[in-house]
Design a protein around this ligand. Structure first.
Ligand SMILES: *[C@@H]1O[C@H](CO)[C@@H](O)[C@H](O)[C@H]1NC(C)=O
Ligand SMILES: *[C@@H]1O[C@H](CO)[C@@H](O)[C@H](O)[C@H]1NC(C)=O
Ligand SMILES: *[C@@H]1O[C@H](CO)[C@@H](O)[C@H](O)[C@H]1NC(C)=O
Ligand SMILES: *[C@@H]1O[C@H](CO)[C@@H](O)[C@H](O)[C@H]1NC(C)=O
Ligand SMILES: *[C@@H]1O[C@H](CO)[C@@H](O)[C@H](O)[C@H]1NC(C)=O
Length: 283
């Protein structure tokens, strides 16, 4: 069928030029997130009026390794066949994250098809990295604990398995201020404790995923805010009880010492008084 169409195209080349060649898709671009890849393209609309029958598009891919083979040995795989939309979802096409591919698209009508337009695509290099799939913030004993869930692939696999250099940048700041006055923490961990914070203070946190190799950074996660607990004591009720006991003990001790001193003084004064009395008696 394809061969036949090609053959007829060759035969009617003069007719094609006479009718105006079916223009090829333009401006190929990929909209990507983790392992979701959607190819978009434009097509010159002004031509559509001249084209009879429905206009459709066909999108295919080929690995770069395959592209080095002779043209007749290249096995382009079709992902979208004769679709009317101007985009094609390659997410489930089975592209290897570390592979390099050509993606191509052409326009078709009942009679004609355009030539192909291609774009090269390497998911590892080109696909956007997503923010953490979730961020949880809790106030624990005056510290803040952040639990970060990795961004996920389209098969719910952690993106860390595909991009092992992935890490997080955590931005945190005090509530009335904004993030520009905050601090940034770089980590590979999924559970992070922020300590040395002010007590009874609202803090906000947001997290970004990053990969250094291709210098990728995701958008930020949603901002989460919570209030730190009072002071730094681990169990405040317990601490207050101890402070009370220590205070009472100290007070009792001080009173005892003062009492003793007063008693000593009084008894000394008494002795002197007694001696004086005795002297008076003697004279
Ligand atoms: C391709 O993109 C350029 C620049 O954005 C635009 O001017 C042009 O109209 C686009 N082509 C089509 C067919 O839409
Ligand atoms: C397109 O179809 C219309 C009728 O639907 C016909 O009048 C016209 O001649 C056709 N144009 C071309 C270029 O085939
Ligand atoms: C991709 O397009 C470019 C320019 O249009 C062309 O030189 C190249 O051969 C094409 N590659 C493949 C694999 O079709
Ligand atoms: C991934 O997880 C979400 C939510 O847990 C679920 O709805 C979806 O079906 C999962 N997808 C796959 C491919 O396992
Ligand atoms: C990495 O990207 C950031 C922002 O996107 C940019 O400021 C920085 O210069 C880039 N670094 C390298 C080595 O490309």
């Amino acid at each position: 069928m394809k061969a036949l169409r090609c053959f007829s195209l060759l035969l009617s080349l003069s007719v094609v030029t006479a009718l105006g060649d079916l223009s090829r898709p333009q401006n190929l671009s990929l909209q990507t997130l983790n392992t979701q890849y959607v190819l978009h393209w434009d097509w010159a609309d002004d031509q559509q009026t001249a084209v009879n029958g429905t206009l459709t598009f066909t999108a295919q891919y080929l690995s770069v390794l395959q592209s080095r083979k002779a043209a007749h040995k290249q096995k382009w795989r079709t992902v979208c066949a004769d679709v009317s939309e101007r985009h094609c979802d390659f997410t489930d096409a089975g592209l290897n994250y570390w592979g390099i591919y050509y993606l191509r698209v052409r326009a078709n009508t009942a009679q004609w098809f355009s030539s192909w337009t291609n774009i090269s695509f390497c998911p590892d290099r080109d696909a956007d990295l997503g923010p953490p799939s979730s961020v949880k913030l809790t106030s624990v004993k005056g510290d803040l604990e952040i639990v970060i869930a990795d961004p996920l692939s389209s098969t719910n696999e952690s993106m860390k398995t595909l991009a092992p250099d992935m890490h997080y940048l955590i931005q945190y700041w005090k509530k009335p201020e904004d993030y520009k006055k905050g601090k940034v923490l770089k980590t590979k961990n999924n559970v992070v404790t922020l300590s040395e914070l002010d007590g009874s203070t609202w803090y906000c946190v947001r997290v970004q995923s990053c990969c250094d190799f291709y210098n990728k950074t995701s958008v930020f996660s949603d901002t989460h805010c919570t209030r730190t607990e009072d002071g730094k004591c681990s169990d405040c009720e317990m601490d207050y009880r101890w402070i009370f006991i220590a205070g009472v003990t100290a007070a009792v001790l001080v009173l005892a010492v003062i009492g003793y001193i007063i008693y000593k003084r009084n008894s000394k004064a008494g002795l002197i008084q007694k001696r004086d009395d005795w002297r008076d008696d003697g004279e």
